[in-house]
Design a protein around this ligand. Structure first.
Ligand SMILES: [Fe+2]
Length: 171
């Protein structure tokens, strides 16, 4: 297996609108309309039981690596104590639990996962402290629970297998 490249770099910011403005100016990149990764089934160190998680995000068009700006939410992996460079993202990971197990065997733990209604893992972070302050984020190849900022459903992008952040939402 060839080692997968970093597809995006996630950065946690206090205010997403402000961050988009500053990062657009500083990089010259174009950032997507704001979307939300919204699930009722997120588990992390703040609460290991599945709970509500509603992260506002925006991706750069440029990349890879693309820049993912995320706004602070909750008290766990996306809490205010975690501001700054947050994770390296690997979407399209076929066997997310398998990758987490491989890294666990190397002493790199996990903190933060998102489950589907039927219990599959859509997204899983490694533990920040176990890899020099950076998480890896493994994302399964099927579309995640992303909605527009006002809660409308987003289209699936057949080319990437992910939600399309750039087209107008459905409905
Ligand atoms: Fe990410």
């Amino acid at each position: 297996m060839s080692a997968p490249l970093i597809e995006h770099i996630g950065i946690l910011v206090p205010n997403l609108e402000d961050a988009i403005e500053r990062w657009s100016a500083a990089t010259g990149y174009t950032f997507s309309p704001i979307a939300r990764y919204r699930t009722q089934r997120y588990c992390d160190s703040s609460d290991p039981e599945p709970h509500f998680h509603d992260a506002r995000i925006s991706f750069s068009k440029e990349g890879p690596p693309r820049i993912e700006l995320m706004e602070v939410t909750g008290n766990g992996t996306h809490g205010a104590a975690q501001l700054g460079v947050h994770h390296f993202g690997f979407p399209g990971t076929e066997d997310v639990p398998g990758r987490i197990a491989e890294l666990a065997a190397l002493g790199i733990g996990a903190d933060g996962k998102s489950l589907t209604e039927d219990g599959r893992v859509h997204l899983w972070f490694t533990k920040k402290d176990d890899l020099d302050g950076i998480r890896f984020e493994f994302i399964a190849p099927f579309p995640g629970p992303l909605v527009s900022d006002d809660g409308r459903e987003l289209r699936n992008d057949p080319a990437t297998g992910r939600k399309d952040l750039w087209s107008p939402p459905l409905g």
